[in-house]
Design a protein around this ligand. Sequence first.
Ligand code: SDX
Length: 431
Amino acid sequence: MKSNGKAVLTYGDGKSVDLPVYSGSIGPDVIDIRSLGQTGMFTYDPGFLATASCQSAITYIDGDAGLLYYRGYPIEQLAQNADFMEVCYLLLNGELPTASQRAAFESNIRSHTMVHDQLTNFFKGFRRDAHPMAVMVGVVGALSAFYHDALSITNAEHRAISATRLLAKVPTIAAMCYRYNTGLPFMYPRNDLSYAANFLYMMFATPCEEYVPNPVLVRAFDRILTLHADHEQNASTSTVRLAGSSGANPFACIAAGIAALWGPAHGGANEAVLKQLSEIGDVSQVGKYIARAKDKNDSFRLMGFGHRVYKNMDPRAGVMRQTCHEVLTELGLHDDPMFKLALELERIALEDDYFISKKLYPNVDFYSGIVLRALGIPVSMFTAVFALGRTVGWITQWNEMISDPEQKIGRPRQLYVGPPKRDWVPVNRRG
Ligand code: SDX
């Protein structure tokens, strides 16, 4: 971060305060408001639309241009050329790995994919029809009950061990959620398979016969994980950072991130998109739902459309649409009615003045559900898959926050609009 002059805030009867302006490497400058205290005022920014909560070197988004870079590399190039393990190394370490670095990284992850056998007892406490995200929050949070040996967050080695454990075990736990839901036995991870293939194996293999993951589907799933890996200071990542700022252990912080991701306005949107497409049912109904989305008196929103930052096409949505086409073609489902409906819905929406004027474009969640469904993953597992991809981003952001000398416990203030001071009144004098 480098100094770039100042902003002058004038307030009250001709008072003023100088506020330093800083520039990053690319993107908007920031105004440092930390000296506002002398004015006796706070800034007011519900939802933090205009607030930079930290400086970060991990992910860059340009919402107007529709750009997304992980450590400077455009998402389109990574989705095309890298695999998820390489992207995980890049996010966590800041540089693309050499062949030997990548081999060592992947080997380390593979040797931590099993979970403590007692962890399976946690599942037995849930109803079989529990939502997988409810189970994920509980079981990931419970990991801190098993790994007391590396919870000192100021110890970089402990942080690295916890990062490895989380990256390696979240797929196993996510697959266990699905298996528990369906009454199928848990499948142990296989260390001869890639990260993506191993997840599909743990999801769909059975002890009764050999299961060979389809390489086209594995590549597609691997790319889906890359597309979800990180996304700057989104709601769940900000939750992880805020939880981490109190010194909470990494497992508790990631569980908090999973909980925040579950919301339908955030990572829960992929599940909501599929439900909405099912509700729309047919292209002939698209106009009715577009009208509802535009009706200010109707709380209905077109799920998978719009974004807090992107006011252009979410670059991930374009890659996801292409992945959708590849998977459906591989499976002989290129006439999949759900995909055709989604393409038509996108076409109509993008020609509609309401969506154009409000800059509402498809986001990462619009097509992801169709791909996941084609892979055989049930709708209830969609957000768990999002959490699986985002775990590396949460860990990376948490690590950066812990290592940032400027970071302290997060504690926003408020504009108080409640009653001024008043005295207690005995019950017989109320009403
Ligand atoms: C993710 O932040 C991230 O980076 C998140 C994420 C990540 O990788 O971590 O990218 C993942 O969460 C993607 C977003 C998934 N959510 C959805 O698809 C749910 C549907 N989208 C909306 O709920 C909404 O677009 C949000 C929540 C995504 C963004 O909301 P904002 O930025 O708060 O925008 P807004 O609610 O202020 O909307 C601006 C206007 C409003 O109209 P007016 O009040 O100005 O008249 O646009 C309208 C909204 O009513 N609008 C929509 C709409 N989204 C916004 N109208 C119809 N359908 C929609 N989907």
